[in-house]
Design a protein around this ligand. Structure first.
Ligand SMILES: C[S@@+](CC[C@H](N)C(=O)[O-])C[C@H]1O[C@@H](n2cnc3c(N)ncnc32)[C@H](O)[C@@H]1O
Length: 222
């Protein structure tokens, strides 16, 4: 067992199978409509640009839950040493097809083998809300350990109190996953408890295709 074991979510296989089923539709949506592409959303793009400006000289960057690799490829275009990882093999197939110049691999955020102080940056970009409430703090602590002192973490997630069970997504595809929504204060507190110092917080009101959202960027002190 690794020094820092992370509990395996009980629904991990079901979540993986669900994202495998929606992966083609999700990638198609991003490419054809721009929904889910930061370039269509000035505030999300600004957040990622600020993150990229901050970590560009700090070392490797890992995009955890990268899906079809939109942000991974954007950061690579900006010259960052970035790779993407995702739970869903089909998401990664799409990422490799769309962005053959980038590096991608299949793994769960709960099963990464990250070296201590090995990363300049880590992202959990709309990809950590499926983690059970008691597992997310363990994953955040892992990210904090993996960051070099001065390295940064950025996350975007859905705001609320519910554990919303999703039964269909992205064009009526049957899925089974739970979206654990967070209040901004709760999530920021978890990030602080993991040992990171929040440096910026952006609250997004509900939009046509999504409920309220939150972006938090945080730094490993040192
Ligand atoms: C809404 S998509 C976002 C994808 C991408 N970050 C983006 O912004 O386009 C959520 C992604 O999180 C991934 N995911 C969910 N649980 C995960 C886990 N435990 N480990 C790694 N990836 C996970 C899903 O497979 C899916 O690709």
């Amino acid at each position: 067992m690794r020094a820092h074991h992370i509990d395996r979510p009980a629904d991990l296989d079901v979540v993986r199978e669900s994202y495998d089923r929606v992966a083609d539709n999700y990638a198609h949506m991003v490419v054809t409509t721009g929904i889910g592409d930061i370039r269509s959303h000035p505030w999300l793009k600004a957040s990622i640009d600020a993150f990229a400006d901050t970590v560009s000289e700090l070392g490797p960057v890992l995009d955890v839950g990268c899906g079809p690799g939109t942000v991974t490829a954007y950061l690579a275009e900006r010259g960052l040493d970035v790779s993407g990882v995702d739970l869903s093999p089909r998401m990664i197939e799409n990422a490799r097809r769309l962005h053959p110049q980038c590096r991608f691999s299949v793994a769960s955020a709960t099963d990464l083998d990250l070296g201590e102080a090995s990363l300049g940056g880590v992202l959990g970009w709309w990809s950590l809300f499926n983690l059970p409430r008691d597992v997310l703090p363990q994953v955040l602590a892992q990210f904090a350990r993996a960051l070099k002192p001065g390295g940064h973490f950025i996350t975007a997630t859905h705001v609320g109190d519910e554990d919303a069970v999703r039964t269909e997504a992205y064009g009526g595809v049957p899925v089974r996953w739970t979206t654990h929504k967070w209040q901004p204060e709760q999530l920021v507190a978890l990030i602080e408890q993991a040992g990171l110092h929040p440096v910026a917080e952006l609250r997004l009101p509900p939009e046509e295709y999504s409920g309220p959202g939150l972006v938090v960027m945080a730094k490993r002190p040192g």
